[in-house]
Design a protein around this ligand. Structure first.
Ligand code: F6R
Length: 237
């Protein structure tokens, strides 16, 4: 695991944007998994600027949300597809036909998960997984548990995640209890993994990742140790 320590949120975001740009320039039709949340917003802003400056072209790339809440549609303001549309897609020359999220409104979420996994597989799997990290060590919505899931699946969110994400809703009670997330296997099969982490609430998780070399299902991010090409870009010392 390669750690890159940056001095500020802006520098972290620029560095992550450079990694993603490099990947897209190397392979214009690359397949990406993209996270939502507070941490990647600066990266998306930097990517939008680089796109305007003509330094990166999104038109052939394929973009998959890492996760989506069960019950929320593509149009829902708190939904994760909408988040990526607002923060990235509408600012760059992406082909919206090549942007995807798990179907949060599907009657059968398990089936929607399977279809999502097949769609990623059909394009040859992820070239790059861009990730954030939960304060409990989740990546995507692969929550701490007795066992982890290989492929995209329907997860019941932990109380810690519901509390952390309540800020995007009017109150905690409105946060959906379930989500569809790409699985640990989907992530670990990506050719390259880039993770960004910033803020006091991530300190404990990043220190633990740094110091503890064990693989633990109650600390899902620890499984990134199995991957040969992981870069963690962080402001956390
Ligand atoms: C969301 C996702 C999550 C977030 C994590 C950190 O799509 O994949 O794993 O990356 O919860 O969220 P922020 O950046 O808001 O602290």
């Amino acid at each position: 695991m390669n750690f890159i320590l940056t001095d500020s949120y802006e520098q972290m975001s620029e560095t992550a944007a450079e990694f993603l740009t490099e990947e897209l320039n190397r392979k214009p039709s690359a397949v990406f998994a993209l996270p939502t949340g507070s941490t990647p917003i600066g990266t998306y802003r930097a990517l939008a600027r680089l796109n305007k400056e003509g330094k990166v072209d999104f038109s052939q790339g394929n973009f998959f949300n890492v996760d989506e809440y069960v019950g929320l549609s593509r149009e829902s303001e708190q939904g994760y597809y909408h988040f990526l549309y607002e923060n990235l897609y509408r600012h760059v020359n992406v082909d919206l036909e090549k942007t995807h999220a798990p179907d949060g409104t599907a009657e059968n979420p398990e089936q929607a998960a399977e279809q999502y996994e097949q769609m990623i597989d059909g394009l040859g799997g992820l070239d790059a997984a861009f990730l954030g990290i939960g304060r409990n060590g989740h990546i995507g919505f692969n929550e701490p548990a007795d066992s982890l899931h290989y492929a995209t699946y329907c997860v019941t969110l932990t109380q810690s995640t519901i509390e952390a994400n309540a800020r995007f809703f009017r109150n905690e009670g409105e946060v959906p209890k379930q989500a569809l997330t790409i699985g640990m296997g989907t992530i670990l099969k990506a050719k390259k993994i880039i993770l960004v982490a910033d803020g006091d609430d991530k300190e404990e998780a990043i220190h633990r990742l740094w110091e503890d070399t064990s693989l633990r299902t109650d600390f899902p991010v620890s499984f990134l140790r199995l991957h040969p090409d992981v870069t963690i870009i962080t402001t956390i010392k």
